[in-house]
Write a protein that binds this ligand. Structure first.
Ligand code: NAD
Length: 357
């Protein structure tokens, strides 16, 4: 049966990089991939046309689809808008409308780009780790929250870290199931020595592990995890953690690879329906100049094939094609180094399609 993909290009470099990812999907259709694309507006582009960063029609198209491909949202033009209609609200809105609770962020370093990292090549060459971050709970959503003024006139700010066992089980299952398809190791990151909520998180993960004899579970405190990520990142296979810890650790992990234009991400719901997007933003500083690296978006298509469309073979092909163009020495400006051929956004996309064929 034909699978539906909602395509939401968004703002800035979003439309340019999504065009290249769609070229890849069109090439795969010629190789037997049975998908239909439907386009929707999101972010500033949606505000300009429909007066809201997340039109109802975009939500309908996305709910109806098997997977969503997103470019990026935001830009200078909309920075002075009321916060309720800023482009970023569209992104947060669609995540919660679709209940995308599991954020998957791989940090993969292609050996051809080992020099792009700020860490020594031997520490990061061959890095392939996946952070599974809980995305719809924890301290970013917990109540009560706010800032109040005390009797002495001093202000006091407060937020609440809260998780239910069911939420921990749900994200834990995602991590364990994925580890089964990788190297079979999960490291659960918490602060169980200080925070009761994450002590419960640790106990729940330990109980869950009894259903996964083939997966090895370890636990690590978040402060140590941050240190280990820059000391010896290759020790990790899958890391699973709370919303806030995952927010911080995944940014740290992404920089191990030194190239924001290379990293894809997925946000999944309970039925493995997902939204796929590069980890970077709309890069308004380089928009419209054929400078953006489309590879993170193309690699997001590979994740979509693997996690939502059940096409692991095609996902492997897309990743191999990206590796081939890097072997050919093709580099967009953000990953360019001496002796390599500098190419633009469109030329890079065309080269990936050629490698696929
Ligand atoms: P950014 O990721 O857009 O850009 C940071 C730097 O990286 C810029 O110098 C940019 O030119 C460069 N860069 C980013 N992607 C690149 C690519 N594919 N190829 C080459 N270079 C690339 O982050 P920012 O500048 O902090 O934010 C710009 C806008 O994007 C803001 O409006 C922000 O709110 C929004 N944003 C959106 C998302 C999203 O849509 N998921 C994520 C982060 C930021």
């Amino acid at each position: 049966m034909t699978k539906k993909i909602a395509v939401l290009p968004g703002d800035g470099i979003g439309p340019e990089i999504v065009v290249e990812a769609v070229k890849v999907l069109e090439a795969l259709k010629l190789q037997g991939l049975d998908v239909a694309l439907e386009y929707g507006l999101i972010g500033g582009a949606a505000y300009d046309e429909a007066g809201t960063p997340l039109p109802a029609e975009t939500v309908t198209i996305s709910k109806d689809a098997d997977a969503i491909l997103l470019g990026a949202v935001g830009g200078y033009k909309w920075e002075s808008l009321d916060i309720r209609v800023r482009p970023e609200k569209g992104l947060l809105g669609i995540r919660s409308e679709l209940n995308l609770f599991a954020n998957l962020r791989p940090a993969i370093l292609y050996p051809q780009l080992a020099d792009a990292s700020t860490l020594k090549a031997e520490v990061v060459a061959g890095l392939d780790l996946l952070i599974v971050r809980e995305l719809t709970g924890g301290i970013y959503f917990g109540q009560p929250r706010g800032v109040k003024t005390l009797e002495n006139g001093e202000r006091e700010g407060f937020n609440t870290l809260v998780y239910r066992e069911s939420e921990v089980n749900r994200i834990g299952k995602v991590a364990f199931d994925i580890a089964r398809k990788r190297d079979g190791r999960v490291c659960s990151v918490d602060k169980a020595n200080v925070l009761e909520c994450t002590e419960m998180w640790r106990e729940t993960m330990t109980d869950l592990a009894t259903n996964y004899d083939d997966v090895e579970l370890s636990h690590m405190y978040v402060d140590n995890a941050a240190m280990q990520l820059v000391r010896a990142p290759k020790q990790f296979d899958v890391m699973v953690t709370t919303n806030m810890f995952g927010d911080i650790l995944s940014d740290c992990a992404s920089m191990l690879t030194g190239s924001i234009g290379m990293l894809p991400s997925a946000s999944l719901d309970e039925n493995s329906k997902g939204m796929y997007e590069p980890i970077h933003g709309s890069a308004p500083d380089i928009a419209g100049q054929d400078l953006a690296n489309p590879l993170a978006t193309i690699l997001s298509v590979a994740m979509m094939l693997r996690y939502s469309l059940d096409e692991a073979g095609m996902a492997d092909k897309v990743e191999a094609a990206v590796s081939t163009v890097l072997d050919q020495g093709l580099r967009t400006a953000d990953i360019h180094s001496e002796g390599m051929s500098k190419v633009g956004t469109a030329e890079m996309g065309d080269a990936v399609v050629a490698a696929l064929n």
